[in-house]
Design a protein around this ligand. Structure first.
Ligand code: MN
Length: 159
């Protein structure tokens, strides 16, 4: 083996090692998702494994924020509402959406969901599918998300 090839392999090994140490982050797009999964969400507003790639931060010119959110099977948001409303563009998989007092709806790739302002709801994956949606927070000058309690397993499985 040439010395040059040896160093290429050595550097390759170092690179693979350092990448494998980066857990909970995925910046690759895929054939199904145009936007990368982003970073794993770690807060009490969600149940299960959720990934967020924050695409557009709100500003006073546009008054929106946009993120690609990926829910692994059975993952979901807490109950919440948006003071300025929200639009969901489902980009992959199959998931669930429920407004308070209404039945759970199945949502799937290609579907657009409008969440009216101040209406309590939750969204997430089905128990067996991963679901990705682009979440657009609208009218952010009015206000953002107001987070409430988790969706219980009983609520999640009631259909
Ligand atoms: Mn929402």
């Amino acid at each position: 083996m040439s010395v040059k090839l040896y160093f290429v392999l050595l550097l390759g090994g170092v690179f693979v090692t350092s990448c494998s140490q980066v857990k909970n982050e995925n910046m690759e797009s895929s054939s199904t998702n145009p936007f990368a999964k982003g970073s794993q969400v770690n807060n009490a507003n969600f149940t299960g494994t959720v990934w967020l790639n924050y695409l557009v931060e709100t500003d006073t010119a546009h008054n929106v924020n946009i993120g690609s959110v990926t829910f692994e099977p059975a993952a979901r948001t807490n109950w919440h509402y948006h003071k300025g409303g929200q639009i969901l563009l489902v980009t992959a998989g199959k998931g669930l959406y429920q407004e308070k007092g209404k039945p759970i709806e199945i949502i799937h790739k290609g579907q657009v969901v409008k969440c009216p302002a101040d209406i309590e709801h939750w969204h997430g994956a089905t128990a067996t599918d991963t679901m990705t949606h682009i979440a657009i927070g609208t009218n952010t000058d009015i206000g953002g998300a107001v987070w409430l309690r988790p969706v219980t397993d009983e609520e999640y499985h009631t259909r």
